[in-house]
Write a protein of this length. Structure first.
Length: 149
């Protein structure tokens, strides 16, 4: 899709499943029953999207940290500082209830997209990175909206 390598695209799209499933089970709770009964309630409704979103923001901090290793000096120091922001955001801003947590995750993913753009502008991310990140971020945010509403 638009020059994004197949493996990152496939893995990125697969990574959307918990977000989309969470939104589906918020909008249609009757679909949650079998999964909640078999795996537990944290795998349906707002809980899966909120928990997974926290994990993914932390994961993305690691990705940005990896990009920062591709430079040196002040740019590297700036990159390392910026790279920890998504994980810190998730740690401090998620947990005050589903609605506020979802709103804070939406803000966190929007902020992450700005960081992705900065790392891309500095030449630290692959050329296709922003195409992938915009696609994934739009779907993540759309999936969190039913919980945030």
């Amino acid at each position: 899709m638009f020059g994004i390598p197949k493996a990152p695209l496939a893995l990125g799209l697969a990574g959307l499943i918990p977000f989309v499933w969470g939104a589906v089970t918020v909008l249609w709770p009757q679909l949650a029953g079998p999964v909640a009964g078999g795996f537990g309630s944290r795998f349906v409704g707002p809980y899966i999207g909120l928990f997974y979103g926290t994990v993914i923001l932390s994961f993305m901090s690691g990705v940005l940290w990896g990009f920062a290793t591709k430079t040196s000096g002040a740019r590297a120091a700036t990159g390392y500082v910026l790279s920890v922001l998504p994980a810190l955001w998730a740690f401090f801003m998620v947990g005050g209830g589903p609605t506020s947590s979802a709103r804070n995750l939406i803000a966190g993913f929007a902020g992450l997209l700005l960081l992705d753009a900065a790392f891309t502008r500095w030449g630290l991310a692959p050329a296709w990175w922003m195409r992938l990140r915009v696609l994934l971020t739009v779907i993540v945010i759309a999936s969190l909206v039913p919980v945030a509403a």
